[in-house]
Design a protein around this ligand. Sequence first.
Ligand code: PEP
Ligand code: MG
Length: 594
Amino acid sequence: MSDDRTNKTFVLKGVGVSPGIAIGRCYRFDPLDSQVSFYKLNDASLIPEEVLRFKKALKESEQQLLEIQKNLKKEKVTEPVYIIDVHILILKDKIFINRTISYIRNQGVNAEWALRMTLDHYKQIFEGVKDAYISSRVSDVQYVVQRVLRNLSGEQKEVTWEVGDDGVIIVSRDLSPADTAQMKLDKIFGFATDSGGRTSHTAIVARSLELPAVVGLDDITRFVHTGDEIIVDGTSGLVVINPYSDMLRRYEEKKRHYDAAKDEYLKYGKLPAVTLDDYHVGIGCNIEFVEEIPSAIVHGAENIGLYRTEFLYIYREDLPTEEDHFNNYRQVVTEKNLSWSTIRTFDLGGDKFPNYQKQSKELNPQMGMRAIRFCLKEVEIFKTQLRAIWRVSALGKTKILFPMISSVDEIREAKKLLEETRQELIEEGVAIAPEIEIGVMIEVPAAVVIADKLAREVDFFSIGTNDLIQYSLAIDRANERLTFMYEPLHPAVLRLIKNVVDMAHKANIHVAMCGEMAGDPLCVLILLGMELDELSMNHLAIPRIKKIIRESTLKESKLLLKKAFSFNTASEVRACVHDYMIKRFPDEFKIEED
Ligand code: PEP
Ligand code: MG
């Protein structure tokens, strides 16, 4: 059977959130697929058996629907009964069945994969229909496919997610941390999603895995089909679908250029981040998986400035035990090449939810029961983590960081619980460090305003610009429609940061930045000019940031900052900083300018 896809070239513009270029075949990921295996049949002799498996799943689906229908009729519910009739008709539809079988036969894919291609085909047809009601009926096909897929998988809870041996580029509406957790990451070259912004978790995960990613593409899922050739240019935020041969060649060239530049930067990773006039900036790394530590060290991290621990909760059905925490953190703090590890207590809620709590019922979860608020309410869950942090403090230098602090009361309450766990462990005779440095994330505008008061309570600050920008500019960090307004160089944001640094230094405490702004090469002189003590970022960004710092002076950074402060608008500040950086570091910004 012939393939229905047109090979038209499309270029879509989104937000490049993880640099690099990925070239490969698209795989349309849909949460529908998340518990399903996709694989090629190695041997043609497996085909008849696969067809039978498909037919059996159809039969089972039909029987289940008839059963549901029977029960509904008993309860005298009429409306869904008719819809189920439609679903049964789809299940028995010869074209639907034959199309799927011919995908199995002609393309040698398993029934699940074939079904997925059939669904894509129907989606394409329905989306072409002008009548909104009719076009929305594709959801009926989708429900049917979902049921058949479930039956094919034998309704097993844990089914591996496989896409064959070749590797793919994932295209999806969005990817939750739980979605990416189910993927075989070594088979993935890049990501492209309809929604998300620079600091959405899809973006953060992509950066930490060094996979090129473009998010905020609006409706890429409407344009591509599994198997299409696609290019994801995470540096410039472009996605090309079905590139023509010249374009493909140019991108292959660009990819080589990017990969070479990356390797060349690596040597800067080994060097300290010291300006030409001898100002030293500490360089930390943000991680969310212990597996990232070797790469952090290779790229030149001096410490772990932010360990996001919420992923420990997200990848499982139950709560992690104290031993789970301990065994995990132990691997971080005992790394000899790092001066210290900053463990941030869990920041669940917002856009991160554990599996057992799939979605928040809150209207506005970013401003809801998240991070420290949740911890101070669910004290036992919190104390389990605090005990584990104390225990690893005996094994290597550990700092503790509390997220989303907005008042002195909250930090005092958190410290009280930390002290309680310390006493408990001492009484139990468990080894712990004599003391632990305590820090707060400065990511809520209220914390900036009372930074002088917070500084008296803690040993260090870490500025979380991802949330600080979100809350101060009232821009949802994951909303791709507002990306253009999400501006780290907004005069208000710069003033907030400056205030935090000044307050910290006045109180003689260390001040770091761990938001994404810290790893943005365009912003590095501005941050230097503010005299931040430490910048903590994704490991890939470290060599380039170090190189820029090493080639600049504190004096020029202060002058640039002064100039930036003289403007009234974010666009003026951006233009000024952009022009300066391009002139001053032409080689560093060459790739973006190409
Ligand atoms: C931040 O808000 O800047 C931050 C580093 O924390 P997260 O991105 O995990 O919210
Ligand atoms: Mg935050």
